[in-house]
Design a protein around this ligand. Structure first.
Ligand SMILES: *Cc1c(COP(=O)(O)O)cnc(C)c1O
Length: 361
């Protein structure tokens, strides 16, 4: 097997040591003679695993004690519905920042449950995408919450300044940049993230909810999506996605071994810097995001002509660089470089991009 670097946006690559450990204990976990996916979620062994994973996440993100951590089914989009259902009785409408494809998806889903208002929209200045500042006076009267997406996975736009929504609870979709850099959890009402970018396999979502927000759900909220119920049952109201939770736990341990979130943030900054420098110095590749909002997780770029896309992708595959095709809605290329992507992968990609420029300029 030749060395492959997987730049898939999601489900994304997982750290190699995690995959090796999962392989080694796949059919015999902790000497039980069974796989961890074959044991009861109510067994003391599994409950210990679940609690350790939660504690490791709490340590990594410095989650304050007045927040519940929920391991939910249904991924990121599950939360697009769960958030409005759970906060429905908190106010009359919900406010949104529209910064790209995923925030748009969140708005469309929320509209099924309550009136929504886009209080700010992505701007284009000098041909570059810019995210406007958010201030408390932009919030609607009687707003239940303000929602934004901290990293627009499709568009390659990241918002590093936490929006100021004043007294209106701040809700963030952090699916694609959770655990990539330190954040102050106490500024948020709810943080959620689908797992398949920086946490583990798909199907799982992690939800971090401030306790005072647990009791505003609309009456018909399904129990397994109801934060209060899920918190009361330690996320085991129904059978949780046990194997995904186990793998998430391994990823959290791995991240701790890397030195935690602040250490991985330095690596992430270096990786992104390498790629953006390659793009900016090239006179060939184009990135249309203002430098302040360039994503450190999903680096998007276009070639001078879409006619070159297929050649670029084919050459990349031959060089062991896979899944670089941009999202179908925006075209071009996208290199997703989450926590698990080693810097060597980014260096190999940069070398390939430079060589491609020389051959096609
Ligand atoms: C991937 C992603 C989602 C959707 O996750 P699913 O698990 O497919 O529902 C939502 N928001 C963002 C920012 C994402 O990157």
């Amino acid at each position: 097997m030749t060395k492959t670097y997987n730049f898939c946006a999601g489900p994304a690559m997982l750290p190699e040591p995690v995959m090796r450990q999962a392989q080694a204990e796949l059919i015999d976990w902790q000497g039980m003679g069974r796989s961890v996916m074959e044991i009861s979620h109510r067994s003391k062994e599994y409950i210990a695993l679940a609690k350790t994973a939660e504690q490791d996440l709490r340590d990594l993100m410095a989650i304050p004690d007045n927040y519940k951590v929920i391991f939910s089914q249904g991924g990121g989009r599950g939360q697009f519905a769960a958030v409005p259902m759970n906060l429905r009785q908190k106010g009359q409408r919900a406010d949104f920042l529209l910064s790209g494809s995923w925030s748009k998806g969140a708005i469309q889903e929320a509209e099924k449950f309550l009136p929504t208002k886009v209080v700010a929209d992505l701007e284009i200045r000098d041909g570059l995408h810019v995210v406007p500042n958010i201030s408390p006076n932009m919030m609607s009267a009687n707003s239940a919450y303000f929602h934004y997406c901290s990293n627009e996975t499709v568009d390659g736009i990241e918002i590093n300044t936490i929006p100021d929504s004043g007294d209106v609870p701040l809700v963030a979709d952090m699916s694609s940049n959770i655990l990539s850099q330190p954040i102050d959890v106490s500024k948020f009402g709810i943080i959620y993230a689908g797992a398949q970018k920086n946490i583990g396999p798909s199907g799982l979502a992690v939800v971090i909810v401030r306790e005072d927000l647990l009791d505003f759900a609309m009456p018909h909220t399904p129990s397994f999506m109801h934060y209060k119920t899920m918190a009361e049952y330690d996320s085991m109201y129904n059978t949780p996605p046990t194997y995904s939770w186990y793998l998430a736990g391994l990823v959290f341990k791995w991240l701790k071994e890397q030195g935690g979130v602040s250490a991985i943030a330095l690596e992430n900054a270096k990786k992104a810097e390498l790629l953006y420098r390659c793009i900016d110095n090239s006179d060939f590749y184009i990135n249309k995001v203002h430098p302040n909002f360039r994503s450190k997780m999903n680096v998007t770029f276009h070639l001078p002509s879409p006619d070159l896309d297929a050649v670029f992708l084919q050459g990349a595959e031959q060089a062991g660089l896979t899944a670089l095709r941009g999202h179908r809605s925006v075209g071009g290329m996208r290199a997703s470089i989450y926590n698990a992507m080693p810097i060597a992968g980014v260096k190999t990609l940069v070398e390939y991009m430079q060589e491609f420029t020389r051959r096609n300029k």
